[in-house]
Design a protein around this ligand. Structure first.
Ligand code: PEP
Ligand code: MG
Length: 298
């Protein structure tokens, strides 16, 4: 641990304030993943360019009842304010599967990873979804907010989401509440989303590839099952081709493309991702500077 701490200190001295730029001049955004306000200190210390994944479900976990609009607003406001205009991508609620919340009273499922989770719940429980969207839009004036939606499999879902977003914006505006422009994007973490990524890209501003779930669903290997750890392989050619396809189709449709799954921090693949045309990599705060170093050596 001491050795790791020393390496981290050295990285800080050498690389804080420097650009994420390859030797031939390609710039990549290196952002950080967070699950709450407690992580912001590490994000700032490690000089991340923004937040590429705010796992907002942590606001809903470990409590007895739904977080109110006001509670959520205060948290998004604080994150946006402390990031001082740097982009903050808030992922809407991604519960179900491995993240169970009792007060949602979700039915017991045989196969929860493929079941009632994430956007599927939000498009069913519009009240819960709208509460979160209202809180984010109210906070949007305190910085640069973006929203992304998890577990997308169809264009139809995005069209419905956009209708709901428009309703929320109209309701806030009618109530005299100021809102700022917010970029909308999706997580690409299902093979379905990859295969229709060209169509999806026309509907959103950005894609963020969730390689944890994308590996699970592409290889049909439960990411939670430790006895499968030796064959759960994010470097599988099928996964890498899916990533390439998503980047190419995203760009064709006018969307920028990032990776926020754990694979984004794997520096043995940084050159591969840069060659594929990746625009952003979002990783745990402590990996930001190591990734910057890897990018600057390509
Ligand atoms: C992913 O699936 O890669 C991802 C970033 O989301 P989570 O790990 O929260 O499912
Ligand atoms: Mg995921």
């Amino acid at each position: 641990k001491q050795k790791r701490d020393e390496e981290q200190k050295k990285l800080l001295q050498e690389l804080k304030g420097k650009e994420n730029i390859t030797l031939d001049g390609t710039k990549i955004n290196v952002f950080a993943n967070i699950s709450g306000i407690d992580n912001i200190g590490a994000v700032l210390l490690n000089d991340a360019g923004g937040i590429g994944l705010f796992r907002s479900e942590f606001l809903y976990l470990g409590r007895e009842d739904y977080p109110s609009e006001e509670e959520q607003f205060e948290i998004y406001k604080e994150v946006l304010s402390r990031m001082e205009g740097k982009k903050v991508i808030i992922r809407t609620l991604d519960i179900g599967a491995d993240k169970q919340v009792d007060y949602f009273k979700l039915p017991k499922e045989e196969n929860p990873a493929m079941g009632y989770r994430a956007i599927r719940i939000c498009l069913d429980r519009i009240d819960v979804f709208k509460t979160q969207l209202r809180a984010i839009y109210r906070a949007s004036v305190y910085g640069t907010a973006a929203i992304m939606f998890p577990m997308i499999i169809s264009v139809k879902e995005i069209l419905r989401i956009k209708e709901i977003v428009e309703e929320v914006k109209a309701e806030l505006t009618a109530a005299g509440i100021e809102i700022a422009p917010v970029e909308l994007g999706i997580m690409v973490e299902t093979p379905a989303a990859v295969m229709i990524s060209e169509e999806l890209a026309k509907e959103v501003s950005f894609f963020s590839i969730g390689t944890n779930d994308l590996t699970q669903y592409t290889l049909a290997i439960d990411r939670q099952n430790q006895s499968l750890d030796t064959i759960y392989d994010s470097h599988h050619p099928a996964v890498l081709r899916m990533i390439r396809m998503t980047i190419e189709n995203g760009h064709k449709g006018g969307a920028w493309v990032g990776i926020c799954g754990e694979l984004g921090a794997d520096t043995t693949l940084t050159k591969t991702f840069v060659d594929m045309g990746i625009d952003e990599l979002s990783v745990s705060p402590t990996y930001v500077l190591g990734l910057r170093k890897a990018i600057r050596e390509i």
